[in-house]
Design a protein around this ligand. Structure first.
Ligand code: MG
Length: 402
């Protein structure tokens, strides 16, 4: 039994045994199929093998150079998209393990969940989407993640892509939302009319839990958020804070805050475990087939936790994500992405050869977006500097203030 800021977390959560609804046995076998046979057999399960392939992918390593919320310019302590990803994997493993689901599949999906993110966090994603809209296309980081694991990772002798299992690929595209077969006929093999396994349903919520905790932490570290102000406006943090303060009346504010963050995170984890188990039981689901046939996802927070989550999310949006210091960075990021998009659109021969080859089949706008989406923050800034200095052939007019 462990105490976390007045919360008791004990092994009783283990009575929520959803093993029968998890990806095991025949269901695991069905979702373990790959487009190409794996080169040799070893002791790993199919999903462990997927996890190892994801960790060794170049796109995974590049997450270290991509912004989560703060760029690394101001401090080395902020989360990058890679450390955020590792935190999501911790949370997701915890939940899957408590519910006796397939932890290997869950971990793989958590590690791969942000692999399709462009540089500069959400500002970069918005900018890329804006660019593509003008060509009748969209940028969606889940669909882009699928393109990465199927096409852009070229490391193996026998095939293009990572050759991940069907279960991992389904989870990549469906971990945060469902896609209709009408809008996405190319995704037909991913059971679009059905819900994904619970292992995949958990990922988006594990992501929320991880960043709701981390962004308060990094926000205070950056000096943009203030502990007293957070306590006043974020109920879920205040409750945890009071409990920790009560247990450690002499402790410094920053340590109480840190413990309160951990306690808050555990509240959300526990809520998700209990609510998911209760939903499965209420739905009478006895197998993965039953979970797939439901008209709703079972992995959700309780109404109370959901309200608190939304309150905190609104708070972060109003006080942190849209604060003047970050908006300035967002505007710069947007400008860099849009100018470079315009540059390669005008000068496609300046694309690396492998991308240029794809223009024939994919179309220029999509290929330029693919190229930009793969870049780290540093790499795209280098490209931008080169283009501006005229090292590149193109001559796109740039605004003077940048
Ligand atoms: Mg994420």
């Amino acid at each position: 039994m462990a105490h976390a800021g007045g919360i008791t977390l004990n092994s009783k959560v283990m009575v929520h045994n959803l093993h029968a609804c998890g990806v095991f046995g025949e269901e695991e076998r069905k979702l373990s199929v790959r487009a190409f046979p794996a080169p040799f057999n070893d002791d790993r399960t199919a999903f462990e093998r997927d996890r190892d392939r994801v960790v060794q992918a170049r796109a995974f390593r590049r997450l270290a150079g991509k912004t989560q919320v703060f760029t690394s310019r101001a401090s080395d302590h902020f989360r990058s998209r890679l450390t955020h990803t590792i935190e999501v994997a911790q949370v997701a493993r915890h939940i899957a393990s408590a519910l006796n689901l397939n932890v290997d599949l869950t971990e793989t999906l958590a590690l791969v969940h942000d692999i399709g993110h462009p540089p500069f966090g959400h500002a970069g994603e918005r900018a890329l989407d804006d660019c593509l809209r003008r060509h009748g296309l969209r940028f969606d980081h889940n669909l882009h993640a699928l393109r990465i694991v199927e096409r852009f990772e070229q490391r193996y002798a026998g095939h293009r892509g990572l050759n991940l299992t069907l279960g991992s690929r389904e989870g990549i595209i469906k971990h945060s939302r469902d896609y209709s077969a009408q809008d996405h006929p190319e995704l037909a093999e991913y059971f679009l009319s059905q819900r994904p396994p619970i292992e995949a349903q958990l990922i988006d919520l594990a992501d929320e839990i991880a960043y709701l905790t981390a962004d308060l932490d990094d926000g205070v570290e950056s000096g943009l958020l203030e502990i007293g102000h957070i306590r006043e406006h974020v109920d879920i943090l205040r409750r945890s804070y009071i409990a920790v303060e009560h247990a450690h009346p002499e402790a410094e504010e920053k340590y109480v805050f840190h413990d309160a963050l951990q306690a808050m995170q555990k509240r959300l984890i526990l809520d998700l475990i209990q609510t998911t188990a209760a939903n499965v039981s209420r739905a009478g689901a006895k197998s993965l087939a039953d979970i797939r046939e439901l008209d709703h996802r079972v992995a959700v927070f309780s109404a109370e936790a959901e309200a608190e989550r939304l309150q905190e999310k609104r708070y972060l949006h109003e006080t942190l994500y849209t604060c003047p210091a970050l908006e300035l960075e967002h505007a710069k990021a947007e400008e860099v992405v849009k100018e470079l998009f315009a540059f390669w659109l005008n000068e496609p021969e300046e694309l690396p050869e492998a991308y240029f080859e794809d223009v024939k089949t994919e179309g220029l706008a999509r290929v330029v977006a693919d190229y930009i989406a793969g870049m780290t923050d540093n790499f795209i800034l280098l490209q931008y500097a080169e283009v501006r200095r005229g090292v590149r052939l193109g001559r796109v007019p740039f605004p003077e203030h940048l």
